[in-house]
Design a protein around this ligand. Structure first.
Ligand code: KIV
Length: 268
C-alpha cells in the first residue's frame, strides 16, 4: 500500500496524538530501511561529521557535504519527512547566508525541512527561513555547534536561571515559526515543562521520556559507534559492529583459503 508522505504540518499535528520517532541517516541504504520501517522523520544530522567522517566535533562539516548526504537520503525516502541539518557557519554570519543555505538544502538536497541550532539568538534567522516557506526544526539545550563555548558535551539547563533561559529559548523558537523543536541533553523535568508550554512538538535526545518524540543517531542504536564513547542516553538495539566484523573476517579467510569465489559465483 502506498503511504502518504509525511509533511511538516502533519508532524506539527502529531503533538498529543502520537509519539514521534526520529532517526538520523546519512546515506541511501540506511534511509531506505528507516523509510520502510515507517520512521516519520529522518534527520540528516551534521553528526555525520563525527559518526561517519571521524571528526571530533560537528564544526568542520560543510554545506556541500550536507547537500550531498541530504540528497542521498531524500532519494531513498518516499514516506519520511527529510530534515537537512544546517552546518556550522551556514547560518550564523548573516540572514542572507542562512536563507541561501536553507534554500540549497531544499533545492539541491531535496530536503523537506531544515534544522538549525540556537534559541533567541537564532529566532530572527528561523523567521526569515520560514518566510521563504521552508519549514524549520529548532534545536536547543546541548547544541553541539556551541561545543567550544560550552567546554564539552554537557547537560544544559540545570539550575533555575539556566532552565529559565532555555524556556525563553524554546518560546522564541516557537514564536519564530518552527514546526518542531529538538531538546538535547536537558533534565527531564525541564523537558516536560517546555513540552507542556509549547504547542509545537518537542523531540528529545537525552531529555527523558516526557517529550513528544525521541531522536537518536542511527549509528548509535545500531551499535556502529564504540560503546565506551556513547552517552548515557543511548540504547543499542543491535550490534552491527560484531555482525560486520564476523562477515568481513569470514570473507577474508575464504579469500586466503581460495574458498571464494566458488564455481557458482564465477562466469563460464
Ligand atoms: O546532528 C544530529 O544528528 C542532531 C541530532 C542528534 C539531534 O542534531
Amino acid at each position: 500500500m502506498k503511504r502518504v508522505k509525511i509533511t511538516a504540518p502533519a508532524v506539527a499535528k502529531m503533538k498529543g496524538a502520537r509519539k514521534i520517532s526520529v532517526l538520523t541517516a546519512y546515506n541511501a541504504p540506511i534511509a531506505r530501511l528507516l523509510d520502510r520501517a515507517g520512521v516519520p522523520i529522518i534527520l540528516v544530522g551534521d553528526s555525520v561529521g563525527m559518526v561517519e567522517a571521524g571528526y571530533d566535533s560537528t564544526l568542520p562539516v560543510t554545506m556541500d557535504e550536507m547537500v550531498y548526504h541530504t540528497r542521498a537520503v531524500a532519494r531513498a525516502s518516499e514516506y519520511a519527512l527529510v530534515v537537512g541539518d544546517m552546518p556550522f557557519l551556514s547560518y550564523q554570519v548573516s540572514i542572507e547566508d542562512a536563507k541561501r543555505n536553507a534554500g540549497r538544502l531544499i533545492k539541491e538536497g531535496s530536503a523537506d525541512a531544515v534544522k538549525l541550532e540556537g534559541g533567541r539568538r537564532s529566532a530572527e534567522t528561523i523567521r526569515a527561513i520560514c518566510d521563504m516557506d521552508v519549514p524549520v526544526m529548532g534545536h536547543i539545550g546541548l547544541t553541539p555547534q556551541s561545543v567550544l563555548r560550552l567546554g564539552g558535551y554537557k547537560v544544559q539547563g540545570r539550575g533555575g536561571s539556566e532552565a529559565e533561559i532555555l524556556m525563553e529559548d524554546a518560546l522564541a523558537v516557537e514564536e519564530a515559526g518552527a514546526f518542531a523543536l529538538v531538546l538535547e541533553c536537558i533534565p527531564e523535568g525541564l523537558a516536560v515543562e517546555i513540552t507542556e508550554k509549547l504547542s509545537i512538538p518537542t523531540i528529545g535526545i537525552g531529555a527523558g521520556s516526557g517529550t513528544d518524540g525521541q531522536v537518536m543517531v542511527v549509528n548509535d542504536i545500531l551499535g556502529l559507534t564504540a560503546e565506551a564513547d556513547s552517552p548515557k542516553f543511548v540504547r543499542r538495539y543491535a550490534d552491527l559492529e560484531t555482525i560486520i566484523l564476523t562477515a568481513v573476517e569470514a570473507f577474508t579467510r575464504d579469500v586466503i583459503k581460495g574458498a571464494f569465489p566458488s564455481g557458482k559465483e564465477s562466469y563460464k
